[in-house]
Design a protein around this ligand. Structure first.
Ligand code: SAM
Ligand code: GLN
Length: 280
């Protein structure tokens, strides 16, 4: 029988072929199998691993080596310091998208007047943006939409998990059409890639509806969202974009909102990532 420590060590070596975060992946998978936190796992390194747990862990490690995201294997992912249920019905929330939340909280501070702040999250997926914003802004009321009914099932679990049923309304439908009224903050991380060009494990495991922005460079849906926005936003619009789409996004925004302030924000890797349009 192997110890927890030896099992982790061996699995890490094998995961290196598939993942730049091999040790972390191995720890997350083994902690999941044992039903304990990663911190507890470290305290259990000298313990022996029973055969059934070792077998379950080996299976998950094989799936990870084949490219399946750790988040799907363990059924959850941290985003903006909060835990979210995720599975193959939704995109795994990305760290870049935390910048969108940060900018949304900053914009909200400009509108803080003690009144209800209306927010929309278009293409909410797991609900990551909607939940993070509602969690941090007690005055916010959030319309979270998706064209995927399957994604909204996952989002509803996360809204409940964070006790936000009273302030997040999930709406099924295309783009902004389900919004019942204009909002102060219009947030969206829409699909913006060309599916044939994304990393092959992403293409293989994550929903294409969450990735395929349409058009030659993946910009089609973003363009439609910006052009529809004047009827739906009265404050700030924040849109996550592909690193290659900055100039196109700014041009579109300036055409549709000639009087607005338009700013492009870079992510931690230095890539153009969030388009901000301040209408007021
Ligand atoms: N907001 C989540 C996040 O940041 O992790 C998910 C973002 S994922 C890139 C895009 C989401 O938009 C998917 O959940 C997808 O189902 C949804 N979507 C795709 N086309 C849409 C459309 N025309 N109208 C509304 N939502 C759409
Ligand atoms: N970041 C995703 C990727 O790595 C794309 C997300 C999106 O299309 N909004 O492909």
């Amino acid at each position: 029988m192997n110890t927890v420590g030896a099992t982790l060590h061996e699995a890490t070596a094998r995961l290196r072929s598939a993942s730049p975060t091999a040790r972390l992946d191995a720890e997350l998978l083994l902690a999941h199998v044992l039903g304990i936190s990663r911190t507890r796992l470290v305290a259990s390194l000298p313990d022996t691993l029973d055969a059934a747990d070792a077998a379950r862990f080996a299976q998950l490690a094989e799936r990870r080596i084949a490219g399946e995201p750790v988040a799907y294997l363990v059924g959850e992912r941290e985003f903006y310091g909060l835990m979210f249920a995720v599975d193959a019905r939704v995109l795994v929330p990305r760290p870049e998208t935390e910048l969108l939340v940060e900018l949304a909280l900053r914009a909200a501070a400009r509108y803080a007047d003690g009144q209800r702040l209306l927010v929309a999250d278009i293409g909410t997926g797991s609900g990551a943006i909607a939940v993070a914003v509602a969690h941090h802004l007690p005055e916010a009321y959030v319309y979270a939409t998706d064209v995927s009914a399957d994604a909204l099932v996952v989002a509803s679990h996360n809204v409940e998990r964070h006790g936000l049923e009273a302030r997040i309304e999930l709406l099924l439908g295309d783009q902004m059409t389900p919004l019942p009224e204009p909002v102060d903050l219009l947030l969206t991380n829409p699909p913006y890639t060309v599916v044939s060009e994304v990393e092959h494990t992403v293409r293989q495991y994550e929903p294409h509806l969450a990735l395929d922005g349409g058009g030659e460079d993946g910009f089609a849906l973003i363009g439609e969202l910006i052009r529809a926005a004047p009827r739906h936003v009265r404050g700030t619009m924040l849109v996550e974009i592909g690193a290659w789409q900055g100039a196109h996004a700014v041009r579109e925004a300036q055409t549709v909102f000639p009087a607005a302030e338009v700013v492009l924000h870079r992510d931690l890797a230095g890539h153009d990532r969030i388009l901000e349009i301040d209408v007021t």
